[in-house]
Unconditional design. Sequence first.
Length: 119
Amino acid sequence: MMRRLVRAVIQNATITSGEGLTLKIDPVILRAANILPLEEVEIVHYATGERVTTFAEVAGTGEIISPRGRAGDTISIISWGVMHDGQTLAHTAKIVTLGVGNVVAAIGETAAEASPLSS
């Protein structure tokens, strides 16, 4: 069986400009989250809950240019991965938290923990 799991999350990203059809992200942030240019990502808008699927491109330093939203809006960016069941046992998701000016404030990982089903 194949499963779709979160591979990376960029949280607390502040949109610097709302334009275009793709999500453009500072290259340092892309490297921190291990997201490649042209990789599919999902944008989650904090205020409205709207979700938009697009792909990532490289932007300038500190820039987050989103096809939806306005400058100053806060979003999360999610990258998904498809894995076989055996690969999910050791899977961890990269969590990148941004601070003021879209500077990387923290990088962590979270494990996908399976809990036994009780009857």
